[in-house]
Write a protein that binds this ligand. Sequence first.
Ligand code: NAI
Length: 259
Amino acid sequence: MKFFNKLSRSVKGRVAVITGAGSGMGEATAKVFAGEGVKVIATDVNFSEVERVAEEIHSMDGECVPFCLDVTDNASIEDCIKSTINTYNALDFVINNAGISSVTSVDDKDYEQYWDDTLNVVLTGQVRLIRSALPHLLKSKNGRIVNISSTEGFGASPFHSPYTAAKHGVIGLTRSLALELGPQGITVNCICPGPINTNMTSAINDKDKMIYAKRRVGLKRYGEPEEVAHATLNLCLPSSSYINGVYLPVDGGLSIRRA
Ligand code: NAI
């Protein structure tokens, strides 16, 4: 029997680009990865927030470069990849986390705008970064793409149709690319968070969160960003080399509940 060696659970020295790292799950992912010795390029459309995240990582002796990257803008993506290669001459992990959400009805007069904006960030943004990073991921011995979808990626809520459609698209994208890129040594997987305490859910008051969680979530609570970040890290471990094309709910049991 062949045992995994000790290093197979180490990501030390790998290079990761993380989008939406100025807040919530992206920030937690940047910190968790840096804590494991990953060289993190923390990117966000909101640069001052990733500067703050990088400073916090540096104060814990981690390695992090902040970068202003808008996932709707190919030029900023290409700048980021170029700068990553100039600095580290490698890129191993792409974590597609940036997202926006909106509540809208299908007959809203601005529906098409919501649709375009949401698809552009949540789905097309992921493809843009993957395409730009691909030549470098192919050179990595441990190439990993982790796309953040949602429980909306395989379930649905009313009045969220652009977001739900985009998150379903993320799962389809993940599965197709897993088959396309797997033979070239890159695994492509997807995380589906349930309700998580971040800026995205901060408009919901604590009482309503509690009522929802008690009724719907197996663990009877919202999740914390770090709990998702660790699941993302697991998919990047060398020892996760045979996990490809999955969508992993990190939802406290939300999606298995029947009643
Ligand atoms: P958040 O609002 O705390 O963080 C999202 C980050 O994405 C922000 O820092 C924002 O500046 C950045 N961003 C937005 N548009 C961008 C763009 N065009 N380019 C680059 N960065 C951009 O939200 P959270 O919750 O941490 O979201 C992270 C991911 O998790 C998103 O994809 C979201 O859809 C997903 N998600 C969130 C859930 C939740 O309950 N919070 C549940 C399921 C999925």
